[in-house]
Design a protein around this ligand. Structure first.
Ligand code: ZN
Length: 352
């Protein structure tokens, strides 16, 4: 049966302009939005209006100084927040609307108005720290959405899955001491930002609730499918999330200029299917995704299409057959290192 899948789209997200030759350009969303030029595609999705995030929701994740600094970028044609993080006069508003748009999808998925959703926004967010912009990110959209689910919707267990090729340092740091959030990140290592080691498992009461898989380049659809199916699934079922939020970056695609992984659009659909199965078991299928990276325009467009069709039940991927293509050596490394770090915290890993 079709699911009600929500989409956030707003021309304002194109007003965040970067510098000539920067991989994170408005052309990324132009490519993705062109999917909806076809009336049949458009008719399948529910359009969620974006709105600016309110100050309280922003202040849960960012310091007043950081918010003030970001607001000031609206007065300048170009501000270089870091050597690789430019902001234009429209960036502040775009970032407010990205966080607010994602929050709106979380709210509608939580209330049951939608089954699942994907916020097609920029700038991306998962590198943004409490007190600084970083790695093309101004505000941490997924963290703002997760804290909203916790503080305003009263959810007690939130699973954040980050499949972007880069580690979501900002998201990890926002929640590493809080067991209400399970942060699962699979990323390439070594690579920017250099964090997200196996032994980073959380802090204090949050120990065990940060799960990192820093992997060498070359992991493919089958490898990712097995890691999601056999490792993430076990831990997630033990955690019993009330919603699954996804930092959906598509820079693990084989064609991506920044990453060295070997995923394809079919692989993202399979990962989506596994998350849908977990969400069906734990939380009425509730999933809200937000776009992070993905810098090859064609690969990005096709990958978003594949994920949306899966969320919508237009396709039904078979992760099990995909898993047969996994490489035992690559899997052995990922499983042994992750299980070694996390066995003390999760019963389901004791027997593995
Ligand atoms: Zn990335």
């Amino acid at each position: 049966m079709r699911r009600r899948t929500g989409i956030v789209m707003d021309p304002w997200y194109l007003e965040h302009r970067t510098i000539e030759g920067h991989p994170e350009s408005p052309r990324r969303l132009e490519a993705v939005y062109s999917l909806f030029d076809e009336p049949e595609t458009k008719a399948r999705f529910h359009f969620v209006p974006s709105k600016a995030v309110d100050k309280d929701a922003l202040a849960r994740i960012h310091s007043p100084e950081h918010i003030h600094r970001m607001a000031r970028t609206a007065d300048c044609e170009l501000s270089m927040l870091t050597p690789d993080t430019p902001a234009s006069a429209g960036s502040y508003r775009a970032a407010l609307l990205a966080a607010g748009g994602f929050m709106e999808t979380v709210s509608r998925v939580a209330s049951g108005m939608l089954d699942n959703a994907m916020a097609l926004v920029r700038p991306p967010g998962h590198h943004a720290e409490r007190n600084r912009a970083m790695g093309f990110c101004l505000f941490n959209t997924i963290a703002i959405g997760a804290a909203f689910a916790r503080m305003e919707l009263g959810m007690e267990r939130i699973l954040i899955v980050d499949w972007d090729v880069h580690h979501g340092n900002g998201t990890q740091h926002a929640f590493e001491a809080d067991p209400a959030y399970l942060y699962f990140s699979i990323h390439q290592y070594p690579l920017f930002p250099g964090t997200g080691l196996f032994q980073e498992t959380g802090v204090g009461k949050g120990e065990g609730f940060t799960m990192n898989l820093p992997l060498p380049s070359g992991y493919s659809d089958g490898d990712y499918a097995v890691i999601f199916d056999k490792l993430l699934r076990l831990v997630a079922l033990e955690f019993q999330p009330q919603i699954i939020l996804v930092s959906a970056g598509f820079d693990t695609h084989f064609a991506d200029p920044l990453g060295g992984m070997r995923m394809t659009s079919a692989g993202y659909a399979a990962l989506t299917r596994i998350l849908m199965e977990i969400a069906d078991t734990c939380c009425n299928g509730r999933i809200a995704m937000v776009l992070e990276g993905g810098y090859h325009l064609g690969a990005l467009k096709e990958s978003v299409r594949a994920v949306l069709r899966e969320l919508n039940e237009e396709t039904a991927s078979d992760p099990v057959s995909m898993a047969q293509e996994a490489d035992p050596k690559r899997l052995g490394y990922a499983f042994s290192r992750c299980i070694h770090a996390h066995r003390p915290f999760w019963k389901c890993l004791e027997a593995l």
